[in-house]
Ligand binder design. Sequence first.
Ligand code: NAD
Length: 294
Amino acid sequence: MKIGFIGLGNMGLPMALNLLKAGHEVIGFDLVKSQLDAFAAAGGAIAPNANATAKDAEIVFTMLPASKHVEGLYLGEHGLLVNANPETLLVDCSTISPKVAQAVATAAKEKGFTMIDAPVSGGTAGAQAGTLTFMVGGNPEDVERARPLLEKMGKNIFHAGVSGAGQTVKVCNNMLLGIQMLGTSEALRLGIANGMDPKVLSDIMSKSSGRNWALELYNPCPGVMENVPSSKGYAGGFGVDLMLKDLGLAVENAKNLEANIPLGKMAQHLYESHSKAGNGQLDFSSVFNLQKAD
Ligand code: NAD
């Protein structure tokens, strides 16, 4: 199958490489030359611009930083919706606002295209290993059309509902993750202040009602677990600024709908302070340090 892939960054490059490894013809584009070079070195074809990736492609994937990039690429007189063939299925995997995802999908439909939103969870490690979780919004038949390719990049493919539903799930999930990491850090800090060994505390809470993903699999306290960012100086993983972006989407989404998310707002505030203190590029579990006793 001929596939277009736009946005060959930290996530998009390994995802496109997995499609290539599965034997598909993949033509990619990115604004950054080093990303294009890395894709070409692995055998990918390079398009001269974004629209050229869609020429003759059955499916075009986009994996871009944020809502404004997705709007810019799809809409407007030089956008994909003007230049691509409406037979092409459009799949946006970026994490963006559900409202923007719905607006772009509606614009696509008006031009005769089918489009689905398919944001992911699993980070760069999941993108490399082809084990991402996809949360997909759109018509069931379009989701089924994309599924064989999504399965080459991910392990779990969920149809969440109508257009924008994939983004809604992603926003809810990451807001919960951000809050959970803060709560886990706070509980560990309190135990440590009481003289507890954080490993003993974590082991017991992991078998008690406080168990959660951050505690069990991504413990924020250095030394409790091997091979997690907290034991590697908080390098790698999912950056504080990426978490902040997703919390911003949650707060904006709640505002649009007049939904009440006091903990989401509090989490945004705390990650923001942590980022402003110079920690934006560290893994988000480094909020453990924000909660050090004064
Ligand atoms: P990134 O910044 O590494 O990659 C984005 C790429 O898009 C860049 O290489 C950039 O040059 C390119 N780009 C921007 N505008 C473009 C355009 N008009 N045409 C072509 N290329 C363009 O970001 P990333 O870490 O790969 O994340 C991509 C998306 O995935 C984001 O929405 C992010 O929130 C989401 N996400 C990231 C992670 C993660 O762990 N990094 C995890 C889950 C979801």
